[in-house]
Design a protein around this ligand. Structure first.
Ligand code: F6P
Length: 364
């Protein structure tokens, strides 16, 4: 018999497709499977800090299949709410972790399921170490760079969006003899660029894990032209350094937030125009990759992870994160989420496949 009567669920970090599907799975499993009550905490740990804490009741009836299809998160999210280093007005930071723990007590939560990225997992693990925070994590990130899991919620849908963008750019590239540069997200890793580039028939893929040079990419494009091709598709991860070796930022970031990457595609398009004499255009996909209805894999993974997370909580197995390995759901100690990000392996299978297809990474 479980002693868990009331369970809280929250989403933290950048949104992505599949968060609502996971919230739905948690709610259905906990209410129908165990007769527990579920509270949805609003705005991640920010909702717990407030007085009174901000939460709404969730139940399996009202949050049924419409939620499976919906983008974003009905609970809201925050990506600069680290309670241990909370940015305060006028500058500086303060430790507000005690307020989060107070929120858990006030809501009478016996378990918390947190859906978030690596930073969020680290924060929730630390909350467990400083007080009563009975936590199970579910990993999400379109970047898919968490070391603990082969797959995180949101990645597949983001790749689908980027691949569809290439499908749409290719006819225009061919009609107008152009180089089309597509800039995709990926703060530290090139997984989206690599998968979308292979699936979408890119000629060039530039990722932060493989150093690149303009001359090499220009030569690959000129070779294509020599073989009779009148266009080129180039996929660029936002974290790739510019031709001058700089990280390109979209603008200043808010206090406590990560740097805002964006704009390297335009620099690369300009450099390729100069080097090849061909007309180059750039498309920056940005948050289009995060919103919208989740694809099949994200619905399956989010549903599996949501059910598994509740089963872990109900058996008192806190301090675990749900993982996806070898095509099935499992779990691992939350400490594994603190491992360094999992980059693309430059010697890995997909890079080898891409090279086998003649795709240029700008290095050779
Ligand atoms: O980590 C997910 C991600 O979408 C990155 O790919 C991107 O660099 C970042 O978040 C953008 O964050 P924000 O929406 O806060 O600008």
């Amino acid at each position: 018999m479980t002693t868990i009567k009331r369970l809280g669920v929250l989403t933290t970090g950048g949104d992505c497709a599949g968060l609502n599907a996971a919230i739905r799975a948690v709610t259905i499993r906990a209410t129908r499977g165990y007769g527990a009550e579920v509270l949805g905490i609003l705005q991640g740990t920010l909702g717990l800090m407030e007085d009174p804490p901000r939460a709404i009741p969730l139940d399996g009836q009202t949050n049924d299949t419409a939620l499976l299809r919906a983008g974003g998160t009905i609970l809201g999210s925050v990506n600069r709410g680290n309670p241990f280093r909370f940015p305060v007005e006028g500058g500086g930071e303060e430790d507000r972790s005690a307020l989060v723990l107070r929120g858990v007590e006030r809501l009478g939560l016996d378990a918390i399921i947190g859906i978030g990225g690596d930073g969020s997992m680290r924060i929730m693990h630390r909350l467990m170490q400083v007080g009563r925070f009975p936590f199970v994590g579910i990993p999400k990130t379109i970047d898919n760079d968490l070391a603990a899991t082969e797959y995180a919620i949101g990645h597949h849908t983001a790749v689908e969006v980027a691949m569809e963008a290439l499908d749409r750019l290719q006819p225009t590239a061919a009609s107008h003899n152009r180089i089309m540069v597509l800039e995709v997200m990926g703060r530290d890793a090139g997984h989206i660029a690599l998968s979308a580039g292979v699936a979408g028939g890119a000629d060039v893929i530039l990722i932060p894990e493989i150093p690149w040079r303009v001359e090499v990419v220009a030569r690959a494009i000129l070779d294509l032209r020599a073989r009779g091709r009148n266009f080129a598709l180039v996929v660029v991860a936002e974290a790739v350094p510019s031709p001058e070796g700089e990280t390109v930022l979209a603008g200043p970031s808010a206090a406590g937030a990560m740097p805002r990457l964006g704009g390297v595609g335009a620099r690369i398009a300009a450099a390729l125009e100069r080097a090849t004499g061909a007309e180059a255009r750039v498309t920056v996909l940005g948050h289009v990759q995060r919103g919208g209805s989740p694809g099949t894999l994200d619905r399956l993974v989010a549903s599996s992870m949501g059910v598994h997370a509740v089963d872990l909580a109900m058996s008192g197995r806190f301090g675990r994160i749900v993982v996806w390995r070898e095509g099935r759901v499992g779990d691992a100690p939350v400490e594994t989420a603190a491992q360094p990000a999992r980059p693309v392996d430059p010697q890995g299978d997909l890079v080898r496949v891409a090279r086998g297809l003649g795709i240029c990474f700008g290095d050779t």
